[in-house]
Design a protein around this ligand. Structure first.
Ligand code: HMG
Ligand code: MG
Length: 303
């Protein structure tokens, strides 16, 4: 295990996608765009803006083409979107995306519910998609959901997770988001599973995508930092969840992660106050408070 924590980490903001996909209330496209713009202005280096999945699967993000067409200049921020298959890639290319993310899991039961494929079928589907994306000048992230616990299949074997990660890298993904879909992991799981993955994969290619259902996400970030992981996903205000994973609640909140990393002396380049402004804007849109501890603290301080 490395003796020092990474000096700087790369944060991936997933609020506009993982956060909003879970909201049933209609959110106007222009408010999504303003939210994404505010997150980019907060210094988040990568923002997952939307997804090109079947509109019936995630009705909230059915306007992904319009979001991208009207997003405009996002400065230094890189914009990414989820793509489940060839049809999704076609739509992402038409929308001008430069980075996409394909997504599978370490459990067939979850993958079937989520994208109507087994894990093996999803990998067969992604191989040509990743190849075509790269040929079109895009870069590709690969998500591995249910990397620790699956809501349908239970405990997950770390060797299965590693095999899926290796296959995604072999087909051309440049980063693997090891995902705790239902937020059930604790640091021991991170050490065991991510430690095992790192025996085969360069740490620079590994990101942690943590949900915070059981309140363990920040301790899991710390466990990841101890292993040298320097890429973390988070969602503004702690929005989020996956409609295909029963019991999955919000993602690790961006504000809480930024506060924690600032306090630990790990650089992010992200402004906590500006993320709070973006979250407050979307909280007003949703007419409800957000779960992030830092959001609630700053909100109370605003009177
Ligand atoms: P399917 O029904 O098996 O698709 O759905 P199909 O290939 O059989 O096609 C059926 C019809 O859908 C066809 O139309 C296709 O053209 C159309 P028809 O010929 O009948 O008129 N179609 C599409 N339309 C628009 N965009 C597309 C598309 N693909 C096919 N991309 C499918 C399979 C994958 C499409 C569907 O199950 C789906 O969209 N699933 C997405 C589910 C999802 O978005 N889940 C949430 C994101 S994952 C997540 O949150 C986890 C993560 O955060 C990490 C973690 O926390 O673990 C990433
Ligand atoms: Mg997620």
């Amino acid at each position: 295990m490395p003796s020092e924590l990474p000096a700087r980490v790369h944060l991936v903001e997933v609020g506009p996608r993982d956060g909003l996909q879970n909201e049933s209330e209609h959110i106007p496209t222009d408010r999504k765009i303003a939210f994404i713009q505010m997150l980019c202005a907060a210094g988040l280096p990568t923002v997952e803006a939307t997804s090109f999945v079947h509109p019936k699967a995630i009705p909230q993000l059915a306007d992904s083409g319009d979001v991208m067409a009207n997003l405009g200049d996002t400065g230094a921020a890189e914009i990414m979107a989820l793509v489940p298959n060839a049809k999704g890639l076609e739509r992402a290319i038409a929308a001008g995306l430069k980075r996409i993310a394909v997504f599978t899991a370490a459990s067939d039961a979850f993958t079937r519910k989520n994208i109507n494929m087994s894990v093996a079928e999803s990998l067969d589907t992604f191989a040509p998609v990743v190849q075509q994306a790269i040929a079109a000048g895009m870069s590709v992230r690969g998500y591995v959901s249910t990397a620790f616990v699956c809501p349908y299949a239970g405990e997950i074997d770390k060797r299965v997770v590693r095999d899926v990660c290796v296959k995604l890298l072999q087909m051309g993904c440049d980063e693997i988001a090891v995902s705790d879909t239902i937020g059930a992991a604790a640091p021991r799981d991170i050490h065991a599973t991510v430690g095992h993955i790192l025996e085969s994969i360069d740490v620079g290619k590994v990101a942690l995508h943590l949900h915070d259902t059981f309140g363990t996400a920040l301790t899991n970030v710390y466990a990841g930092l101890e292993l040298g992981v320097a890429r973390f996903d988070a969602s503004a205000g702690g929005l989020g969840g996956c409609p295909y994973a029963k019991g999955a609640s919000g993602n690790l909140a961006t504000e809480d992660l930024v506060y924690f990393l600032d306090r630990m002396g790990v650089e992010t380049g992200v402004s906590l106050e500006r993320v709070f402004e973006a979250s407050s804007y979307i909280a007003e849109t949703l007419s409800r408070p957000l779960p992030s501890r830092q959001w609630q603290r700053l909100r109370a301080a605003c009177g």
